[in-house]
Design a protein around this ligand. Sequence first.
Ligand code: NAD
Length: 294
Amino acid sequence: MNIETVGVVGLGNMGLGMAATLARKGFKVIGYDINDARRAAIEAAGISFVPDLTDVLRRADALVFSLPLARDVEAVVTAEGGLLSRTDRKVVVVDTSTSDPGTTRRLAARLEQAGHALLDAPVSGGPSGAAEGTLTMMVGGSEADYALAEPVLSAMSARAPHVGPSGAGNIVKLVNNLLVAAHLVTTGEAMRLSEAAGLSAEEAIKVVNTATGRSAISEVMFPRWILSNSFDSGFAAGLMRKDVRLAMELAAESGADLPLSAHVAQIWATTREAIPDAADFTRMADYRTTNGAK
Ligand code: NAD
């Protein structure tokens, strides 16, 4: 079925850029955010803001969600008068939120019963990737639903591998972000060692980036957001804490024993005072470099 109108629900750091990308690529985009204070920014980006969620859920040919938590996704999927009672066409939901596989599978089954579809399609690439349409998406769901959503997926991403059945996209996203959470801690501590031993983090990171200890954290995040002291990646520490918590819950459900990751999770959970949820998540590396052990 043809997709002309895309409804984007959740127009924050990621969703607004996705909506602008979809509009630029020729879709008619309508948007909704629960926070009315977002309206000015949304309209300034040329996106038509619809103040009633039900309106967006009933008018869109396809939907993109970019919401903080699994419970927000559930609230939108089950909104009264919305998708579950809509019968005029099959609507595919591309849920780009970082969510948990169990909730995703449950909501995908409910939407399927109502004649619709939900793909878990969490993303990597940050607000700049969303605004440029160069995200990496990791997609879970059926082949047929993937094919249905393909024009929307390809408009928003540089790559969007179909990873497996419903929930598979969430699994790989949590695996990825558990690594990011750990790398921020370990790279920060390695820079602490370098400074303590008399070599600046700036000098050390340049060499690490040509050697085997490098990662996206050392190659991208240190120069761009940490050593520059800008801390404006657009990803909040509170959202990273959610991802770490979801990864550890998945480990517990799956019977995977992850002792080092459990310690990393504890570090993220117990540093809320020094790195508040609203702070940029890259603060963690700086904290581990400068005073994390105090
Ligand atoms: P954000 O907080 O900037 O934006 C979320 C938006 O959703 C807010 O504007 C909020 O008002 C809105 N919202 C909350 N509940 C709602 C509801 N029930 N209905 C409608 N709108 C609602 O968060 P973000 O950084 O854009 O992240 C969105 C999702 O993408 C999260 O799941 C996050 O983990 C994930 N993510 C973020 C990044 C990043 O770099 N920021 C990268 C990859 C994945």
